[in-house]
Design a protein around this ligand. Structure first.
Ligand code: PMP
Length: 392
């Protein structure tokens, strides 16, 4: 039969690259494609203990919970964010099913058809999919390695009147870049000057390699807590399967998002939130994050050394996060080269789908956190075989 889906489903996108990458799940393909954390460092025992504590604590965790999430957990998050200069209170914090849901719910309450969202270019692919699914129009702001260009941003705010600005300022996906303080401040000031909301997506901020550096979040620069929505997640620092993310920002906005969440899923899993609560209470999460930083740094270095030997490609060494963003000096078609790479037993993500406008086919993204150093070496040898000659 003909299924008459809603008009908005025309904006749902599924990428052609998915089929190729599906192949990488099987066989001996070493995949640098997904944004996956390393399984070796999952705190399995601590997670198991946390769930045991949930079940020992009675039946509460098996009951329906409040939409905004488990209050004691929001209290711990308030404390944690305070150490990063984000002052919030539990009423202005909502737990979400991953930070992906925070992007979705925010778009749901903000975007009417053809409303405009400003983003970086390239930017997080799954955020672009959400904005388009809600019939928003996405425009990119010019930028460089330090972040959005304030002049172009101001011009686009004035002329396009965006509903909000979406950014990943700390170790971005896909570029792995980190905004300068100057650009952060400029963005927050412009948001205030023109009364535009900023959505700061920060899944990678904790994965920072240089302990000496500080990258203040945009939310911490918005002292009055009026213009910045901040979302983060435990997917990269604990385990993605918890599906525990959170969002904080102006109370009115969080309140409206809570209403939207009611119609989506009533609330995120009580069991998982309570397990996370015990984990945060009893486990030294900061030491665990310090371990991830050290180990991921080592992996990044392994990949960097291979990339350095690859002629005809350029990249910036990431200061944190999970990705290298690589550009061929020549006009190579990295989507077209992917099947060849997969035949050689290695996969990457072509960069084109991450672009809002004018996709640059000569770019690709590599994840360095998921593979062990040995696999990283083998995968990079295979990739060097494929790209070694074509790049020159
Ligand atoms: N934002 C960005 C930039 C991401 O890279 C990801 C994960 N790939 C997410 C949000 C969603 O993460 P999660 O839903 O697991 O919290």
């Amino acid at each position: 039969m003909n299924y008459h889906f809603a008009d908005r489903t025309r904006n749902f996108t599924s990428s052609a690259v998915r089929d190729i990458l599906a192949v990488t799940q099987q066989g001996n393909v070493i995949s640098f494609a997904g944004g996956l954390p390393s399984e070796e460092f999952f705190p399995v025992e601590q997670v198991r203990l946390a769930y045991e504590k949930v079940f020992a604590s009675g039946t509460g965790a098996l009951q329906y919970g409040v939409t905004e999430g488990f209050l004691p957990l929001r209290g711990l998050l308030q404390e944690r964010m305070k150490t990063k200069g984000i002052h919030s209170d539990p009423e202005a914090i909502m737990m979400t099913t991953g930070s992906q849901q925070a992007i979705d719910l925010f778009s749901k309450i903000m975007l009417s058809p053809n409303d405009i969202v400003l983003t970086e270019d390239p930017t997080y692919l799954a955020a672009l999919q959400v904005f388009k699914a809600y019939e928003g129009q996405v425009y990119s702001v010019q930028g460089d390695e330090y972040g959005m260009d304030p002049q172009d941003l101001e011009h686009k705010i004035q002329t396009l009147k965006p509903k909000f600005i979406y950014v990943v300022p700390t170790f971005s996906n896909p570029e792995g870049k980190v905004w300068s303080l100057e650009r952060r401040t400029a963005l927050v000031e412009l948001a205030k000057k023109y009364n535009v909301l900023v959505f700061e997506d920060d899944p990678y901020g904790e994965i920072q390699f240089d302990e000496g550096e500080t990258y203040p979040s945009l939310a911490s620069l918005d002292q009055e807590r009026t213009h910045v929505l901040y979302t983060s997640t435990f997917s990269k620092t604990v385990v993605p399967a918890l599906r525990c993310g959170w969002i904080t920002g102006p109370k009115e906005v969080i309140g409206m998002m809570a209403q939207a969440k009611q119609s989506s899923d009533l609330h995120s899993s009580s069991i998982d939130q309570q397990a996370l609560y015990f984990l945060m209470r009893d486990f030294d999460l900061n030491s665990h994050i310090a371990l991830l930083r050290r180990e991921y740094y080592q992996r990044m270095i392994v990949m960097r050394d291979y990339l350095n030997n690859l002629e005809g490609f350029s990249f910036t060494e990431p200061k944190g996060g999970m990705f290298f963003w690589v550009k061929a000096d020549k006009q190579l078609d990295m989507t077209g080269l992917l099947p060849e790479a997969v035949r050689h037993g290695v996969a990457y993500v072509p960069g084109a789908p991450f672009y809002v406008a004018n996709p640059q086919e000569n770019t690709f993204r590599l994840n360095f956190t998921h593979s062990t150093p040995d696999k990283l070496k083998l995968g990079m040898m295979r990739l060097s075989e494929v790209l070694g000659n074509v790049g020159k």
